[in-house]
Design a protein around this ligand. Structure first.
Ligand code: V47
Ligand code: SF4
Length: 363
């Protein structure tokens, strides 16, 4: 396919993509710097259509954020509270069961479960949590806990990382979401989330998780203090892990929302930057099958456009998202499958309802 570019640097990048040559760090930096958003989008869309044709995936899922108490207090997080604060909570097993039963008539396919690092919760709480969810919703996949929580649970339990993963697996853990990586970079770690595990530990844990047979997603939190170079380094780190383990299922760029955080002076991300992050991920992460446009963070209308900029997945119906909404997200708290299908069809794609592992769901 012939594409005429305004930015001539994109010609060489397109040439590489057509020849299946891997993009290098400088290519990634050039992509972030390009003024030719449409040219970039055409390249990313070419790769997206070669892999997935007109298919656009989504899932019927439910989020459960079992506690908002967190000892880490990352500077970009509006969700975490100190124990004892007015809005602090930790759900009992009865509360978790009730939230599942409230929606038991709906065909929920995946439970996405994450929470803060709450010193009051013993390791048994997490085993009970997984068992409760599996008992009430035996057919849904449990996608739970980030590498940050796995590290914490290994401290709480006194078990090694491998043993911790094994115990969680036996209790029902089937997949892990991609949160917690933020940006794999020491400067940003020290500045924004010094109490959270560093990038070496994150990589060590994600590799152990993949070795155990559990697939995970990967994310990148962008739009705060990071430079384009630091974004590209993050993507290359993920690409290297994927070469090694093949354990990542999807990549999700997460647009930073600053309201109610220590960084509330920072402006929201722009639509151009949101689309560039989708397109860059599609091009740099040549060994990732799926790139998600997370509508909660970039809004439903832009997520729809992102399907033409490299994204092949819109995540899910969700009901009710807490982490980004506490930080000022203006998107809906959940969508119906009809709304998701309408969005996808109006963008010119074919909706495919999927399970956590991208198998189509037959209704
Ligand atoms: O780990 C925290 C990020 C993540 C803010 O794997 C923020 O399928 C923006 O990881 N503004 C949680 N982002 C969300 C997440 C996720 C979402 C959807 C799908 C999947 C998946 C994973 O949100 C956190 C952190 O990186 N975050 N605070 C904020 N103010
Ligand atoms: Fe805690 Fe996660 Fe918020 Fe950091 S981002 S304060 S680890 S809940």
């Amino acid at each position: 396919m012939q594409i005429s570019f305004i930015d001539k640097r994109l010609e060489a990048i397109y040439e590489k993509v057509l020849n299946n040559s891997r993009l290098c760090k400088q290519d990634g930096i050039d992509i972030y710097g390009t003024p030719d958003l449409i040219g970039l989008g055409r390249i990313a869309d070419h790769v997206r259509r070669t892999r997935h044709g007109k298919k656009a995936f989504y899932i019927y899922n439910q989020h459960l954020n079992y506690t908002n108490v967190c000892k880490n207090q990352c500077r970009f997080c509006a969700y975490a509270k100190e124990g004892g604060e007015k809005e602090a909570y930790a759900w009992s097993m009865e509360e978790i069961e009730k939230r599942l039963l409230d929606r038991i008539e709906e065909p929920v396919n995946e439970l996405h479960i994450v929470g803060g690092l709450n010193r009051d919760l013993p390791f048994d709480y997490f085993i009970d949590l997984l068992k409760t969810v599996k008992r009430v919703r035996p057919k849904a996949t449990i996608k739970a806990f980030t590498c940050v929580e796995i590290d914490y649970l290994s401290h709480v339990s006194g078990l090694s990382i491998d043993q911790t993963i094994d115990q969680l697996k036996q209790a029902g853990l089937e997949m892990m979401p991609g949160g917690g990586a933020e940006i794999l970079n020491s400067r940003i770690h020290d500045e924004l989330f010094p109490d959270k595990i560093g990038h070496e530990r994150w990589v060590e844990i994600v590799k152990a998780v993949h070795r155990s047979g559990i697939k995970t997603n990967a994310t990148m939190l962008y739009g705060h203090i990071e430079t384009p170079e630091e974004r590209v380094d993050h993507l290359i780190r993920l690409r290297e892990i994927q070469d090694d383990t093949h354990g990542f299922t999807a990549f999700i760029p997460l647009a930073f929302h600053s309201k109610n955080t220590e960084l509330s002076h920072l402006p929201p991300t722009t639509a151009v930057d949101d689309l560039k992050n989708i397109a860059t991920a599609r091009l740099m992460l040549d060994n990732f099958e799926h790139i998600k446009a997370y509508w909660v963070m970039i809004g439903e209308p832009l997520a729809q456009v992102a399907l033409n900029f490299g994204a092949d997945d819109l995540d899910g119906t969700i009901i009710e998202e807490r982490i980004t909404h506490t930080a000022g997200a203006r998107s809906a708290k959940g969508l119906t499958t009809d709304q998701m299908e309408t969005m996808i069809k109006a963008a010119g794609f074919e909706p495919v309802e999927r399970d956590s592992f991208y198998h189509p769901v037959t209704k």
